[in-house]
Design a protein around this ligand. Structure first.
Ligand code: FAD
Length: 398
């Protein structure tokens, strides 16, 4: 490292930023990661409720990883954590229709489903919206009443206008690994493993980026500026647009066109004996103030259960959210032992997104600047790490 400068400066300590910093070590590059908030992990946020029996975790953001997450598994392998994966029980989701919970197949209209298989062959994902592609295959009523709400639950926002190709991208599976898993303390265990050995500064929001001959000069609110030879922005596109406005205005304009959605996530802890509900993976709302409720039941506990409701933003205050949660779970608001809330943000991808990413990548060609996050190929943890890996190779091989 040159005096006064870091090899690689990463802005944002979500999985995208931590991943790229850890991958850079494969090339012998040392990085510094700056995080605006008080916690690392960003949208991977395993809240720990204190109980008489000890800590009990529940996810406020991302909750499940799969054996198709090759980049994540490689990072965990390098950290010596591959044998710590915790299998998640395969449990059903239920659809909330008119106040009652139903199995998903029971809500499908089977006449509309006739001919699904031939329609799968003639429909093309590329260039289609989620509504046109999936609605065209499964039928408009089945889409409106069942699949549409389920896809909204996947991306925690209205999904109809997403590009169809951004969902369920096929990735190779590692068959020797558990199909669906988490960590010993939820997904945050993976964040701790990937962050290990990295230099990370929390409470360090980056406010401005300048170019100083062949280096970047990065200003940090309340801290010393940092000089870096290479720079990775691992933040949401609107934040990246704000930071790059002066340095690369054309790139900033492209980034500013990518929309973001907000989600009010509320996790509640309940004594198991207060709940009559069968064990569930989660609840999908057909039409309500929330998109989905993700349950901790796939990693069962003898005393407690937790559900994280992902609410539409700014619709209910905390008391309103507790009232809604109690209604859906069939309990009294007073049965909620503890509660924790978090405002999540996710990209709202639209048709034309991949063409825009192509233009963004043209702007990055030959630069010592990289962009990563959950707004390139798709919004999942592995989609984010695929981008981090590609950008790391581009930056570090030069
Ligand atoms: C409710 C929910 C459920 C999900 N479920 C799943 C799931 O089950 N499986 C799955 O694969 N994916 C899931 N996802 C998606 C996945 O968790 C996210 O896409 C992924 O974690 C995003 O990582 P990221 O690094 O791109 O962004 P983030 O996690 O948002 O990280 C960006 C970081 O940058 C920081 N930052 C912002 N501005 C600055 C600044 N100026 N200076 C310094 N730092 C800054 C932020 O504080 C943040 O920590 C879910 C997401 C949500 C919200």
């Amino acid at each position: 490292m040159k005096p006064g400068a870091v090899d690689l400066l990463v802005i944002g300590a979500g999985i995208g930023g931590l991943g790229v910093a850890q991958m850079a070590r494969r090339y012998g590059l040392k990085s510094l990661v700056l995080e605006a908030g008080s916690h690392i992990g960003g949208a991977i946020n395993s809240h720990r409720f204190e109980t008489e029996e000890g800590d009990y975790w529940a996810e406020l953001g991302g909750h499940t990883c799969y054996n198709s997450y090759g980049n994540l598994l490689q990072l965990l392998e390098e950290a010596g954590q591959l044998d710590t994966l915790v299998a998640k029980l395969k449990l059903p989701y239920r659809l909330l229709v008119g106040g009652n919970l139903h199995s998903i197949p029971s809500q499908l209209n089977f006449f509309e489903l006739l001919g699904v298989l031939p329609r799968l062959w003639v429909r093309h994902k590329a260039g289609s919206s989620v509504k046109d592609y999936f609605g065209g295959i499964i039928g408009s009523r089945n889409y409106r009443q069942v699949l549409g709400p389920a896809l909204d639950a996947v991306v925690c926002q209205p999904s109809s206008d997403f590009p169809a190709e951004s969902l369920f991208r096929k990735k190779p599976r590692r068959k020797e690994v558990i199909r669906s898993y988490t960590g010993t303390n939820g997904l945050h265990s993976f964040i701790d493993a990937i962050a290990s050995g990295l230099e990370i500064r929390t409470h360090s929001p980056v406010t401005r980026i300048e170019r100083m001959s062949d280096r970047y000069l990065v200003e940090v609110e309340g801290g010393e500026p940092v000089q870096a030879d290479r720079l990775v922005l691992a933040v949401a596109p609107d934040i990246a647009a704000g930071l790059l406005g002066t340095l690369m205005p054309e790139l900033a304009c492209l980034l500013a066109e990518i929309e973001m959605a907000e989600i009010d996530s509320q996790a509640v802890l309940i004594k198991s004996d207060k709940l009559k509900l069968e064990p569930l993976a989660g609840i999908i709302a057909q039409q309500d103030d929330f998109y989905s409720a993700v349950s901790r039941d796939p990693v069962p506990d003898a005393n407690y259960r937790a559900f994280t409701f992902h609410f539409k933003p700014d619709v209910l205050d905390q008391a309103g959210r507790h009232g809604c949660i109690a209604r859906v779970l069939g309990i009294e608001p007073a049965d909620i032992l503890h509660s924790a809330g978090y405002r999540n943000r996710l990209p709202a991808l639209r048709l034309g997104h991949y063409e825009r990413i192509g233009l963004i990548d043209q702007q990055l060609k030959g630069q010592t600047l990289a962009l990563t996050g959950n707004w390139f190929t798709g919004v999942s943890i592995e989609d984010t790490l695929i981008r981090s890996n590609d950008e790391c190779q581009r930056l570090c091989k030069n």
